[in-house]
Structure formats: structure tokens, C-alpha cells
Design a binder for this molecule. Sequence first.
Ligand code: HEC
Ligand code: HEC
Length: 265
Amino acid sequence: MLLVALCAGCGDTISTTGLQGEGGEGGGDGFSARQFYLDQVHPELVQSCAICHKSSADCTPKLMAEDGETSYDTLKSLPGMVTHPDNSNLIHHGAHTGPTLTLAQETLTREWLSREFPTKPIKRTQVQALALLGSCMEFDEFIDTGVYKFAYQQTQFGPCGACHKTGEAGAWIGYNPEEMFVKNTRLPWIKRLVHPVYDKDKEFIEFRPSNRFIDKPELSNQCGSAHPSALIPAKLEQSLVDFLAVSMVHYDAENCATPADEDAP
Ligand code: HEC
Ligand code: HEC
């Protein structure tokens, strides 16, 4: 027990012994939580996610491995994965280049993370923060800054709107500005605008711009991706920067309409 307690912050040295457990970071029963991952969650996730996430090649973050033990240790070593379900980006990254979790996968992942983190987070969760940010975005500012113009941005295979007009791959870039606005205030689409940042206790603290509308087309060649490429004009880039900045001002002031779907745990 003492060794385990002393080694709480040095995961690398003992994390593969199977000894670690009792009183994991969130106060959960670490041993059974780990076993639950190995028995129930890993077999589900590995088939959908490991093909891309077992290495960090092609601009893909390394999140897991083919084998359960290594996968568990890798996920645990990252800031935003093994944390309370309402904070975990494993659950809330949503549809992207990869698929969203199936209902069965999400249920098992939530069960596992609730065992790891049985106590309610002290700070505002990522889910609550996303709802607040969404309610802090304003349609007239979406129009004034010009973010809606992304729909018409050309690539060698047509404009963004041609492929993303109904939210493909978690990116909603459509020709109807009202609809594009509303979708981008919600999951999973809002996640293409912002990315969560965590503190050392793996609680959510703030958002940073995720820049996906810019990086996706601009870095596609260098990421070895077949995604159409485009150099986003400075003015259009600035529209996204400005829209997020003004939305964050409302968010920080917290003077926004009450989020419709507070979704308290
Ligand atoms: C076809 C490849 C592919 C598959 C399959 C895939 N992903 Fe991804 N994933 C990516 C790429 C590329 C990124 C980086 C760009 C981004 O942020 O979306 C990423 C990013 C992520 C992130 C963000 C990491 C962070 O630091 O927060 C999470 C979480 C994630 N994926 C989870 C999953 C899960 C869960 C699955 C399985 C259900 C999955 N992915 C399947 C390609 C994939
Ligand atoms: C010819 C169809 C097509 C066009 C045009 C297109 N996309 Fe995509 N986009 C896709 C497909 C397919 C995916 C899912 C596979 C992938 O991630 O490469 C995707 C994924 C994405 C994602 C989510 C995944 C991530 O890595 O964050 C973003 C954001 C994105 N595209 C932005 C854009 C932008 C911005 C434009 C216009 C400059 C654009 N796309 C033009 C087909 C297209």
C-alpha cells in the first residue's frame, strides 16, 4: 500500500505490475476499474479506434495500443481521457476522422470511467462548459465575423459546403447560415471549434481553439491525408479567430442565456 501511495505519480515504473489500484486518482477502485477496462471496454474500442490511434503517425494522437494492458497505461498517461465521464474527451470528441462511439461502446466507457472517477468533479465539467459556450455564441456575431463563408471556400474537390453541408465527420459547414450556426453551438460539431484543456487532477479547466477548419485543409498533405487541401485566406482565418474570441468574452462573463440542455449528471 505504501509503495502504491508513494508511486501515485510515477505510473511508468509500476503501472504494468497489476499491483496498482486501490484508491486511483479519482478515489475509485483502481484495480477493478482496470480489470473492467481490460475485460469489457478494450475489446470494444480496439476494433474501432486502434487502427488509427495505436501510433502517432499522420497527425493522429497516440491514444491506445492493440493489447489491453499497454492501451490502459497509454490512456491513463494522457490528460483528458481517463477522467470523469462528463470530462472525458474519449467520450466527447465525437465524430471526427474516426467514428463516434456506438451506444454500446459509450455505455461501457461511461461505466468504466465512473469506476475510475466515482466522485463528481469540483470544477465545471467539459459537458457543462460546452453547453455554456454554445449558449454564449450569437448568430449576429457569426454573420458579422464571416465564419459562415467557410461553406464557399474552395478546395481542388469543391467547396467545404459540398461535403460538409450536413455535418459530415463532425464538421458542419453548410450553405444555410442559421443551420450552420445552430449546429456549431452543439456536440459534436462544437468540438471542431474548441478543444478542452485539463489540470493536473484531470479536471477540465478551459478551452483552446481547435483550429480544425483551418488545419484540416491546410495540413492535409503534410498529414498524409486524402482530405482536400486549401490555403485558407487570412480574412477567413481571422473570421474564426474573431468569432471564438467574442464568444469567449461572453463565456467568461457568464452572461449568456441559460443552456437549454444543462444535462447535469
Ligand atoms: C480513420 C482514423 C481514425 C479512427 C478510426 C479514429 N480516430 Fe480519433 N482521431 C483521428 C485523427 C486524425 C485525430 C486528430 C484530429 C482531431 O482532433 O480530430 C483524432 C483525434 C481523436 C481524439 C482527440 C484526442 C485529444 O487529445 O483529445 C480523440 C479523443 C479520439 N480521436 C478518439 C477516437 C475514438 C474513441 C475512436 C474510436 C471510436 C477513434 N478516435 C477512431 C483519427 C481517427
Ligand atoms: C470532397 C469532399 C470534402 C471537401 C470538399 C471537404 N471535406 Fe472536410 N472532410 C471530408 C471527409 C470525407 C472527412 C472525413 C475523413 C477525414 O477526416 O479526412 C472530412 C473531415 C473534415 C473535418 C473533421 C476531421 C478533423 O480532422 O477535424 C474537418 C474539420 C474538415 N473536414 C474541414 C473541411 C474544410 C474546412 C473544408 C473546406 C476547406 C473541407 N473540409 C472540405 C470531405 C471533404
